[in-house]
Design a protein around this ligand. Structure first.
Ligand code: GRF
Length: 203
């Protein structure tokens, strides 16, 4: 089996990117990170990529008139780099069917809640407002909906009475940093089998 080539898309801080870089560097994930793409020029993820010796490119959303043109530019970078698996790590944009079809079943995302609950961009706020006692993180394949693709792995944390969005986010992030590298490892080792809505783990 040929080695997967990862392209990682981020919008900001890039702490998940960092944990993936570390897991590649220690050999836990047997793949190469070829490119980090951001939609914002000031994303900290670009600094992290540079420090790790990985090519970092900003495809600035503001410079494109349409989502299609923006996504074509992202796809051109990914194809040029020979990317075979696209990792969304804090990439705060919904991808159109055009993009999703170009990497069908080869795009992963991490969401900071237990899907299908609390989809969308304000998961922690919504979790606290609803009053659930358990939250967590979900790694899933990306389909044409929002946070709706087949679920690969989930991890749970308790929601505490005294939690704020920040304290909850920090507790969930600890789970994210273990869950995402593990899901990528399973993929690159050929151990994920998508069967309709379900992802079977072959190990
Ligand atoms: C994470 O909580 C992730 O689940 C969500 O956005 C956040 C990104 O954090 N999609 P970081 O940029 O990886 O630090």
């Amino acid at each position: 089996m040929s080695r997967e080539v990862l392209g990682i898309l981020c919008s900001g801080r890039g702490s998940n990117l960092q944990s993936i870089i570390e897991n590649v560097n220690t050999g836990k994930i047997n793949a190469e990170i070829k490119i980090v793409l951001t939609d914002k020029p000031n994303a900290m993820a670009l600094t992290r990529a540079k420090e790790a010796g990985i090519s970092g490119v900003c495809v600035d959303r503001k410079l494109y008139e349409t989502r299609e043109a923006f996504e074509e530019a992202l796809l051109a970078e990914l194809k040029k780099a020979g990317v075979t698996l696209v990792i969304l790590a804090g990439f705060m944009r919904l991808l159109s069917p055009l993009f999703v079809r170009a990497y069908e079943k080869r795009i992963m995302n991490i969401h900071p809640a237990l899907l299908p609950s609390f989809q969308g961009a304000h998961a922690h706020r919504d979790v606290l407002a609803y009053g659930v006692k358990v939250s967590g993180a979900t790694v899933h394949f990306v389909d044409e909906g929002m946070d709706s693709g087949p679920i690969i792995l989930q991890g749970a944390v308790s929601v505490l009475d005294e939690d704020t969005e920040d304290t909850l986010a920090a507790r969930v992030l600890e789970v994210e940093h273990k869950l995402y590298p593990e899901a990528i490892r399973l993929f690159v080792e050929g151990k994920l089998k998508i069967e309709g809505r379900k992802v079977r783990i072959l190990e």
